[in-house]
Write a protein that binds this ligand. Structure first.
Ligand code: SAT
Ligand code: MN
Length: 631
C-alpha cells in the first residue's frame, strides 16, 4: 500500500513508540488489543496517522471476543443506540433506530476517484483524487473528538483461503463495530494471518465530533456531508457522515464489491453481487449456483429457499456477494466473503422465508423495524395482523400514527450465517465451492420470461449486460422506476463498466468454455393486466431451479428460441401447482415486440460506454435483432 500517494506521512518508529506510550499514559487505549500486539508496521502507522487526524478520545483495537461484543452492546443500550429485545423471545438481539435522514445507501454521494475520470466510467460519480482527498482531510480533521476510535481487523472470506482478503476498518461508531462482528470474520485471528501482508484500509466516521458538554444522539450522522469514497488505484475507502448499511459497514459494498471488482479485474477473478446456493436433487447429487439480482430483489429468499418440490434441498453459502476464481481444475470456484446477512426485513415471514425467520431468532441486530409491547420486533408482511400498540421505526406509537409504516421499507436484520438452519457444510471451506450455473435477474413486470438459458458464454455475458430492474428502497431515490442495472452491479462496479463487460468475456479464454458455469436469466416478477404477479414465486421458484439443474446435465427439456433456450412443454415440473394456462403461456413465451423494443432501448443505452463497449456484445445484440426479425 503506497500511503504517500495519499495524505499519510511515513512516521519514524521512535515517534510511533512515543505516541503509543502517550496513549497508554493518558489512558487513551481501552481494553481489547494494544498496539504492541500488532505486528504489521504499516497498520500501526496508519492507526496513528488516523488518530492524529481524527483526534479521538481513545483507541480500541477490537479482538472480536464475545466479551467485547457484550461490553459494546451494553454501552450502546445505555446511550439508547440499541434497545435490547425480550431475551426470552429473541436472545442476544437488539433494535436500533437510525436517524430519519440516514436510512439507505446514498448512490449520489458515492464516488470512484480513479486518477483518470475515464477509468471510473459513465456509471460512477467521479472527482479528482487530490481534490477529494483535500476535502476529506478537512472533514475528518477532528471528526472523532469526544469519541472512541475502533480498529476492526476483518477477513473477507474464510481465514487462509487463497480467495480471501483482509481489511481494517477504523470507525467511531460502536453500532458499526457490532454489525461488522456479525457481517465479517472479525478479531484477533485476522491479525495473526495479516502479519506483514497487505490490507485494505477502510476509514469511517459518522462525522459528529462531541465537544465538551455536548450530549450524543442515539444515531449520530451528518446528513449534509455524506461521502462514500473509493480510491481504486491505492485501494482505499473513506466514508463520512452516514452510519447505515453499505455506507458504513465498509467491508460490504465498498470493499467486497467496488474495490474487489477492481482487484479482480487486475488479478483475473470476479467480485460479484451474487448469492451462492447449494442445490441437491432427490438422488443426492449436488451443484452450486450463483445468482445476481439488484438490492432488495429477493437474493436472501432464494439463497435459503425451501423448494416446493419434494426431495430437492437448497443450502446457503451466501446471500449477497460472491468472489470467484478459476482454479487448477479449470472450473470457477466461489467463496462468500461475508459471514453475516444484512437482509431486508419487510416482507420476510414464515411464508416467504422460513429459514430466515429461524435464523433471526437470536444474535441479531435489527434496524428500523417496529417494537411490540412484548419487546419483540415486527414489520409489514411478517404476519397478517399488525400487533396492537406497536412502536414504529420512528419511535412513535403506531395507534397514534396510523399513517406511518411500522418498519421502514429498507429496514434490515444483521444476523450470522452460521445460525441459519440451512447453512451449507462448505460455507466456511477455504477452497470455496465449484459453480455450475450463474443466474441473472431483476424486477421486470413484462417482456423477460420466467427463465431462459443462454446459448454460449458470450451470449450469457450479453444477457448480464441487459439486466434492468425496478428500483427498490435499498438506495435513496424513487422506488419502482425501471433502470438499467447490468449484472446487478450498477452501484457497485469500481471501474469502467465497459471494461467490466470485457473482463467477463475474457473468462472463456482462461479455461475450456465447457467447464465454465452455464448462464441463465430468471424473472419472478412478471405481472398481468391487473398488476398481479403471474408466477406464485417463493417456494415455487424451486421448480425453476430444477429445470436449471437438469439443463446443466444436458437434459433436452428445452426449445431454442430467438432469445435463448426456454423450457419446452414438459420442461418445467408443474406437479401440484395450480396456475392458469394464460399466465403460464405468458411466462414461458417470447414477447417478440417487447424484445424488439428492448433491443432498441439497449442500443441506445450501450452508447454511454462509447468505445469501451466490447464489440462482441454489440454483435450479440445485432444477432438477437436478426433472430427476432425472422420469427
Ligand atoms: O448496501 S446495503 O448493504 O446497505 C443494502 C443493499 O443495497 O443491498
Ligand atoms: Mn446487495
Amino acid at each position: 500500500m503506497d500511503l504517500k500517494k495519499g495524505f499519510f506521512l511515513k512516521l519514524k518508529s521512535s515517534f510511533l513508540m512515543f505516541t503509543f506510550f502517550f496513549c497508554m499514559q493518558s489512558g487513551a487505549l481501552q481494553a481489547g488489543l494494544n498496539l504492541e500486539q500488532l505486528k504489521n508496521k504499516e497498520l500501526i502507522r496508519w492507526i496513528l496517522q488516523v488518530e492524529q487526524l481524527c483526534k479521538p478520545d481513545c483507541i480500541h483495537i477490537c479482538d472480536g471476543s464475545d466479551e467485547e461484543f457484550k461490553d459494546l452492546t451494553a454501552q450502546m443500550v445505555k446511550t439508547n443506540t440499541l434497545i435490547p429485545l425480550n431475551g426470552e423471545l429473541r436472545p442476544n438481539s437488539f433494535l436500533s433506530r437510525s436517524c430519519e435522514e440516514d436510512v439507505a445507501r446514498v448512490e449520489d454521494r458515492t464516488f470512484i476517484c480513479s486518477m483518470n475520470q475515464r477509468d471510473a466510467g459513465p456509471t460512477n460519480n467521479w472527482k479528482e483524487p487530490a481534490k477529494m482527498r483535500k476535502q476529506l482531510l478537512e472533514l475528518f480533521e477532528g471528526s472523532m473528538r469526544g469519541r472512541t476510535m475502533y480498529v476492526i481487523p476483518f477477513s473477507m472470506g474464510p481465514l487462509g483461503s487463497s480467495i480471501s482478503h483482509i481489511g481494517i476498518q477504523i470507525t467511531d461508531s460502536p453500532y458499526v463495530v457490532a454489525s461488522m462482528r456479525i457481517m465479517t470474520r472479525m478479531g484477533k485471528e485476522v491479525l495473526n494471518v495479516l502479519e506483514n501482508n497487505s490490507f485494505i484500509p477502510c476509514l469511517h466516521s459518522v462525522g459528529v465530533p462531541l465537544d465538551k458538554g455536548m450530549v450524543d444522539k442515539p444515531w449520530p450522522c451528518n446528513p449534509e456531508n455524506k461521502y462514500i469514497v473509493h480510491f481504486p488505484e491505492t485501494k482505499e475507502i473513506w466514508s463520512f457522515g452516514s452510519g447505515y448499511g453499505g455506507n458504513a459497514l465498509l467491508a460490504k459494498k465498498c470493499f467486497a464489491l467496488r474495490i474487489a471488482s477492481k482487484m479482480g479485474q487486475e488479478e483475473g477473478w470476479l467480485a460479484e453481487h451474487m448469492l451462492i446456493m447449494g442445490i441437491e436433487n432427490p438422488q443426492g447429487e449436488k451443484k452450486y449456483f450463483a445468482a445476481a439480482f439488484p438490492s432488495a430483489c429477493g437474493k436472501t429468499n432464494l439463497a435459503m429457499l425451501k423448494s416446493a418440490l419434494p426431495g430437492w434441498k437448497i443450502t446457503l453459502v451466501g446471500d449477497d456477494i460472491a468472489w470467484m476464481k478459476i482454479k487448477e481444475d479449470g472450473r470457477l470456484w466461489a467463496i462468500n466473503p461475508e459471514a453475516g446477512m444484512f437482509g431486508v426485513a419487510v416482507g420476510t415471514s414464515y411464508a416467504s422465508n422460513p429459514n430466515a425467520m429461524d435464523t433471526i431468532k437470536k444474535d441479531t441486530i435489527f434496524t428500523n423495524v417496529g417494537l411490540t409491547k412484548e419487546g419483540d420486533v415486527w414489520w409489514e408482511g411478517m404476519s397478517k395482523d399488525t400487533p396492537l400498540n406497536c412502536i414504529n421505526w420512528l419511535g412513535n406509537n403506531s395507534s397514534d400514527c396510523l399513517k406511518e409504516n411500522i418498519a421502514h421499507a429498507n429496514a434490515r436484520f444483521a444476523t450470522p450465517i452460521s445460525g441459519c438452519p440451512c447453512v451449507d457444510p462448505s460455507f466456511d471451506d477455504p477452497r470455496g465451492v465449484p459453480i455450475s450455473a450463474i443466474l441473472f435477474g431483476g424486477r421486470r413486470s413484462s417482456v423477460i420470461p420466467l427463465v431462459m438459458q443462454s446459448t454460449s458464454w458470450q451470449h450469457g455475458v450479453f444477457l448480464g449486460t441487459t439486466v434492468s430492474s425496478e428500483t427498490t428502497a435499498a438506495a435513496n431515490g424513487a422506488v419502482g422506476k425501471l433502470r438499467h442495472d447490468p449484472f446487478a452491479m450498477l452501484p457497485f462496479c469500481g471501474y469502467h463498466m465497459g471494461d467490466y463487460f470485457a473482463h467477463w468475456l475474457s473468462f472463456s479464454n482462461k479455461t475450456d468454455e465447457s467447464l465454465l458455469p452455464k448462464i441463465f436469466y430468471v424473472n419472478w416478477f412478471m405481472k398481468d393486466e391487473n398488476s398481479q404477479f403471474r408466477w406464485p414465486g417463493f417456494r415455487e421458484n424451486g421448480r425453476v431451479m430444477k429445470w436449471i439443474f437438469e439443463r446443466i446435465d444436458l437434459k433436452p427439456n428445452a426449445i431454442k428460441t430467438p432469445i435463448g433456450y426456454l423450457p419446452d412443454e414438459q420442461g418445467l415440473d408443474l406437479t401440484h401447482l395450480s396456475i392458469c394456462p394464460k399466465n403460464l403461456a405468458n411466462l414461458l413465451s417470447v414477447d417478440v415486440m417487447g424484445w424488439q423494443d428492448e433491443v432498441k432501448e439497449l442500443r441506445e443505452y450501450y452508447k454511454i460506454f462509447e468505445d469501451k463497449m466490447p464489440q462482441k456484445i454489440l454483435e450479440e445484440l445485432d444477432a438477437l435483432e436478426e433472430r427476432l426479425k425472422k420469427n
